[in-house]
Design a protein around this ligand. Structure first.
Ligand SMILES: Nc1ncnc2c1ncn2[C@@H]1O[C@H](COP(=O)(O)OP(=O)(O)OP(=O)(O)O)[C@@H](O)[C@H]1O
Length: 455
């Protein structure tokens, strides 16, 4: 009998205990039951159940109190609360206290069956997986670029070289690849890090306002200028001005920015005093500026001026080896920010994430993990949850487009089998499963060795 099939039922109604015992035994599970909280707690200590079915109302104490006692001793305990009461506050409180699930009486057999299977699967995954989060991050997570692929190492070097000067930088890359993050890290690692970092979103600016926002204006410069205003160039001091989506900057403003970059001097709108700015300009874009130049939508001389130092932020799919580190980093951050404790991941999660194409890059990964963590009960991030969050999105493995967990699993097994020359022991080891499990999968996916290997 597997060590991972023990269920404890704690309910004061004898008829419910009996029917649940019967139902769970028929599922092949080992079941014990108790009618009182105290008795249930004692059984929990001696029987070591993977899953507990717990009634909210018990004669000697509330099920919620017992839940609290259990989760404080073992945060990974899987407790399915059952109750005849449909009240919001208790449901919320039970989930807050770490209940795995919450089901109403009269029990719907399918719903109950599924909840028990999921809880057992999650308990099994907790045992199978090792925590991936080792230590708390010491660095400020908001200015940490995670990754160690050659493309990123080259970026780190460039950032180092930029630390002693105020050279202009152009960062190009797809959406969500970390362009703004790179700009902030350049600023944080410069001698001028205590000066301001000012962001200019070129997509949201009304053309007529930009000049005065950027350069400032004097009182009375135009009808609504009732007060003088300091512009971003002055506000930034010796810090950094980050032009996000520079490709969207209107042509008239491109000319003004170019003039400023050439002379480093400017006047406020309606003013005569010549001001200087030593701020570093960093521009970012996810468009192909050379193509925009060709189309006459971007000035080639401005592109030349901006690209004193050019940085290419690589798309996530081109540095997929960084995924484990990113996963660990975001789980840590999400746990801290959302007060969750997802510290383990099922083995297939990583292969699924690695197989996906990530059109939204690191931002998409971060958002997906937030969604998945919020759906996770307990400490293990399950492959099923990732699949749900990826929704109808397609996973790409090699040249194949896969959309279900089974397809992904099958393709991954096939690939590993091929790599291992169809050696079952080596493949099972590489996949982290036992040989019987692998054989079961081969049978269910009808996988058999190519003919030249069978003889
Ligand atoms: N290498 C990385 N390590 C850690 N976090 C990252 C990394 N790359 C991106 N991020 C995070 O992903 C999110 C998106 O990054 P960012 O806003 O810098 O991307 P972007 O390229 O400027 O996007 P857009 O083009 O859409 O403006 C941010 O939360 C950022 O902190």
């Amino acid at each position: 009998m597997s060590a991972l099939n023990r269920v404890l039922v704690i309910d004061d109604e004898a008829s419910i205990r009996e029917s649940l015992e019967m139902f769970l035994s028929e599922k092949g599970l080992s079941v014990r039951s108790a009618g009182l909280a105290e008795e249930g707690f004692r059984l929990w200590r001696t029987f070591h159940p993977q899953v507990i079915i717990l009634d909210i109302r018990l004669p000697d104490c509330s099920g919620l109190d017992l839940l609290k006692r259990l989760t404080s001793r073992d945060p990974d305990v899987k407790v399915i609360m059952i109750t005849a009461h449909h009240d919001m506050a208790t449901t919320i409180e039970a989930m807050r206290q770490g209940a795995y699930d919450y089901i109403h009486k009269p029990l719907d057999v399918d719903e109950f069956d599924q909840a028990v299977d999921k809880a057992l699967h999650s308990a099994e995954a907790t045992v199978r997986t090792r925590p991936i989060l080792k230590s708390k991050d010491e660095e400020d997570p908001k200015t940490r670029i995670v990754g160690s692929t050659p493309e990123l190492l080259a970026i780190f070097k460039t950032i180092g070289r930029l630390s002693r000067n105020q050279a202009t930088v152009l960062i190009q890359g797809e959406t969500g690849t970390g362009k703004e993050l790179i700009a902030r890290v350049i600023h944080e690692n410069s001698d001028f890090k205590d000066e301001p970092f000012v962001t200019v979103d070129c997509t949201t600016l009304v053309e007529s306002l930009l000049e005065s926002e950027l350069f400032g204006h004097e009182k009375g410069a135009f009808t609504s200028a009732s007060e003088a205003k300091t512009g971003w160039l002055e506000l930034a001091g010796e810090g950094t001005i980050f032009f996000d989506e520079i490709g969207d900057l209107p042509l008239s403003l491109q000319a003004k920015l170019l003039r400023f970059l050439e002379e480093r001097r400017f006047t406020r709108v309606g003013g005569t005093r010549v001001l200087h700015s030593l701020a570093r300009i960093i521009a970012a874009t996810n468009q192909d500026l050379t193509e925009l130049v060709r189309q006459g939508r971007f000035r080639s001389d401005l592109l030349f001026r901006l690209k004193v130092i050019g940085i290419k932020a690589p798309p996530l799919r081109q540095r997929i080896e960084d995924l484990p580190a990113l996963l660990e980093f975001f789980l840590n951050r999400i746990n801290q920010e959302l007060n969750t404790r997802v510290t383990r991941v099922e083995a297939q999660v990583l292969s699924m994430l690695k197989a996906y194409t990530w059109p939204g890059n690191v931002r998409e990964l971060k958002n997906l993990l937030i969604k998945a963590v919020l759906k996770t009960h307990g400490s293990v991030l399950l492959a099923d949850t990732i699949q749900q969050c990826l929704g109808g999105l397609t996973i790409r493995l090699g040249n194949e487009c896969l959309s279900t967990l089974e397809e992904v699993e099958k393709a991954h097994i096939q690939k590993t089998l091929r790599q291992m020359g169809w050696n079952i022991s080596a493949t099972a080891k590489a996949l982290g499963v036992s040989r019987p499990t692998l054989r079961k999968r081969l049978k269910s996916y009808r996988l058999s060795p190519p003919t030249e290997l069978t003889g």
